[in-house]
Design a protein around this ligand. Sequence first.
Ligand code: FES
Length: 112
Amino acid sequence: MINIVFVATDGARVTVQGRAGDSVMQAAVSDGVAGIVGECGGSMMCATCHCYVDEAWAGQAGARAEGEEEMLESAADEVREQSRLSCQIKPTQALDAHCHSFAKKPALTIFP
Ligand code: FES
């Protein structure tokens, strides 16, 4: 299992366990992380999985996938340099991904 840390806009943190091969979005949705919806199931058709990857991990999260940039343009929140579709990030055992959720809610809702 891989630890994935989500940080809400108010600074609240939640760590979820992801399985190798699954996306960051899948781990977030499985644990009910607020602000990560994953409406299209990861087929890059919705941008409801938008997150900001911590700068320290940006290089290890990989480059944006083909078409990801265009889909990010429809994200509800500001698109920044570190914006990613979390469905396109596949954390490996070597990388404990560190994502900043774009949730506008004051706190993350699920603490497993
Ligand atoms: S889940 Fe729809 S674009 Fe990522």
